[in-house]
Design a protein around this ligand. Sequence first.
Ligand SMILES: Cc1cc2nc3c(=O)[nH]c(=O)nc-3n(C[C@H](O)[C@H](O)[C@H](O)COP(=O)(O)OP(=O)(O)OC[C@H]3O[C@@H](n4cnc5c(N)ncnc54)[C@H](O)[C@@H]3O)c2cc1C
Length: 323
Amino acid sequence: MAKGVWIVAELRDGAFRKVTFEMASTARKLADQLGEEACAVVCGSGVAGIAGELGKYGIDKVYVADNAAFEPYTTDAHAAAVAKVVKDNDAAILLVAASFQGKDLAPRLVGKLATGMASDCTDVKIADGKLLAIRPMYAGKCFGEIVVSATPQIAALRPNVFPIVESAKAGAVEAFDPGLGELKTKVLEVQKEQAGKIDVSEANIIVSGGRGMKGPENFAILEELAGVLGAAVGASRAAVDAGWRAQSDQVGQTGKVVSPNLYIACGISGAIQHLAGMSSSKYIVAVNKDPEAPIFQKADYGLVDDLFKVVPALTQECKKLLG
Ligand SMILES: Cc1cc2nc3c(=O)[nH]c(=O)nc-3n(C[C@H](O)[C@H](O)[C@H](O)COP(=O)(O)OP(=O)(O)OC[C@H]3O[C@@H](n4cnc5c(N)ncnc54)[C@H](O)[C@@H]3O)c2cc1C
């Protein structure tokens, strides 16, 4: 019978991404409710040394495939390896990150394992011995409850939503043969983001700008505030489509889904497609000169004023408080 709650660890530059610890802590919680083991699959190059770290977040057993073929990431290598180890061990539940990489990998796993999945989950529970996944639908207008009837039940967890809980476990590490056949894809070049830039999907604080910024040069005032707060700078699609910001900064339905502790929206109207990407932020602050802007319906704090007046003043006050 299928058993165990598994996660697919996500790595970047040889280290676990924060979402991996969120998934590990969640897997621990679910495994305790089922009275089963929490396991992790780690596929990477030169990662055997760090695999044991996952024990600290409640993982009982870490299955590692250390192979140069996993770096940089390709769908076919990762999907083949994860599907193999999960199938060989008859996992009941498999958690994947709802990140760019996880969103690429999970559907391929669904195909290989002939199962189903719940994507972009903001909560997961055990109900009647099965995984009950909860996810926002219709751009956050309602929540759906999903039970995948086949095994493994796959759920993709939205980053920055699930708490990280440390545990006293010492995870056992076991190497496995990923059984990679001939791989069909080869990464020829990786274009990296500018060094030192905080990725919006990992940031605790995001300062975002929209069409109200009026031009790319004005994002400097958001960069300054972000610098003081240790925040990432995000953007609406209008700002990205205008060529003012990189697509990787876009927040929303067709951009990144973010859940920071603090989201400061400047000159963003709050279209439903933008809200779909940031409405699960813990605190939302909106700066907009239009009191009727829909963003104010979601905001915890709203400032109806000219952002070119508000943002520099906010930066000065934050400097005094934090500097
Ligand atoms: C299929 C689809 C997918 C989409 N995906 C996304 C997505 O992923 N992300 C996304 O953001 N959008 C997305 N959109 C677009 C979305 O519908 C909106 O068009 C977009 O979010 C608007 O961006 P904005 O709020 O920056 O611009 P606007 O709606 O033009 O709002 C600009 C705001 O700035 C305010 N403003 C202007 N000047 C100032 C000032 N000096 N001080 C203060 N406030 C000022 C205005 O009052 C206004 O509210 C998508 C649309 C579709 C159809």
